[in-house]
Ligand binder design. Structure first.
Ligand SMILES: [Zn+2]
Ligand SMILES: [Zn+2]
Length: 366
């Protein structure tokens, strides 16, 4: 069976919903026809001109990249810089470029989980969970329809909390209504006050699924007019947010840990603050520029915080409470291409998937 670019995008968007990206981001299909059939896919950290050329050589008509090649609106396309040249090359060769960026940074099995796995961390959790991305739906259903409505809500993605599915709260009570002369009530008669024993259903859902869950509710509910309340919650969503913290199986001496880190992440250089003299057990990580999470790493009790793009003055903020490491932006996220390949292979076992061999790091070390 031939898959389209849209099939690929739809799947990746279930893994990392686009609504979880930062406001400045541009995680989406950047070039290409969503209806085109996928030949094979090249997974990469950056989609540069060299990577497009690599895709052409390999016969791949889709590039899945972590970093979007286009961030801002392009007002002309003349090839005056590398961004425009990359886009032109992709369009000329009918190559779709899909970027899955900060949305993949923010999910539990995303960029930071890959780093945690490389370092060997367990008991991982999101370092700074996002708020205001969960909603609560309350609705009222005649008893005999309650199970059908509940399973429709679950099928649409409601009722998941961490490793638990099918979560809801059910209570019974009495619903009251008076149908107008023009109404077509499922239960009761027109223009007569009616009382109906009903089940009150309460479920949590990710806010981005609101439309889908409400459509499922309306479809499964027997009433002409479905009564429901939808609330945005302040709760953190433990499954979504920035950075990750986890534990090493055994505490390690600081220098041994840094050498382990260097090997595991294939680093040439680690820039780090002074050693604290304490063993390393709890490790916080954030691929890319993550120093904004320093206080979250401290509050989590991390012994070391590994990220990239740290400025001189920001190193001072370690305050000897933990070690802060800059391992380089490229180095911190390069294994994201492996993650992309793994994710795609789980759902598209018959599509040929390649890892880019182009070193797109603009920084070299002497
Ligand atoms: Zn990232
Ligand atoms: Zn990045």
């Amino acid at each position: 069976m031939a898959y389209t670019v849209r099939d690929l995008v739809n799947y990746l968007e279930t893994v990392a919903p686009p609504s979880y990206q930062e406001s400045y981001d541009n995680a989406q299909l950047i070039t290409g026809n969503p209806n085109a059939a996928v030949s094979s896919v090249l997974c990469t950290l950056d989609a540069t001109e060299e990577v497009v050329a690599e895709a052409v050589r390999l016969g791949c008509n889709v590039i899945v990249a972590h970093h979007p090649i286009v961030f801002k609106g392009l007002k002309s396309l003349t090839g005056k810089n590398y961004v425009e040249r990359t886009v032109i090359a992709a369009i000329k060769h009918d190559i779709a470029i899909y970027a899955i960026h900060t949305n993949l940074d923010h999910v539990r099995h995303g960029v930071n989980k890959k780093i945690a796995d490389k370092i060997g961390l367990s008991h991982t959790r999101i370092l700074q969970p996002k708020k205001q991305i969960l909603s609560k739906l309350t609705t009222f259903v005649p008893h005999e329809h309650a199970d059908a409505v509940l399973s429709a809500l679950f099928d649409a993605g409601a009722g998941k909390i961490g490793e638990y599915a099918g979560c809801s709260f059910l209570a019974t009570g009495t619903g009251t209504y008076t149908a107008s002369a023009a109404a077509n009530p499922h239960l009761g008669v027109r223009e007569k006050p009616h009382r109906e024993p009903e089940t009150r259903i309460e479920v949590l859902l990710p806010s981005y699924l609101e439309r889908k869950v409400l459509a499922a509710l309306r479809k499964a509910h027997p009433y002409e007019e479905v009564a429901y309340f939808l609330h945005q919650l302040e709760n953190e969503n433990q499954e979504v947010g920035a950075g990750m913290v986890g534990e090493l199986p055994e505490a390690m001496e600081e220098r041994s840990f840094l050498l382990h880190l260097k090997k595991a992440m294939e680093l040439q250089v680690i820039k780090h603050t002074a050693l604290t003299g304490k063993p390393i057990k709890k490790v916080a990580v954030c691929g890319g520029a993550g120093i904004f999470l320093l206080s979250a790493a401290k509050s989590a009790g991390a012994d070391i915080f590994i990220t990239a793009d740290i400025k001189y003055h920001e190193f001072f903020d370690a305050e000897n409470q933990l070690i802060v490491c800059d391992i380089g932006h490229y180095e911190s996220e390069i294994f994201t291409k492996e993650l992309l390949k793994e994710l795609l292979s789980q759902n598209f076992p018959n599509i040929a998937l390649y890892l880019s061999k182009v070193v797109t790091n603009p920084i070299t070390y002497l």
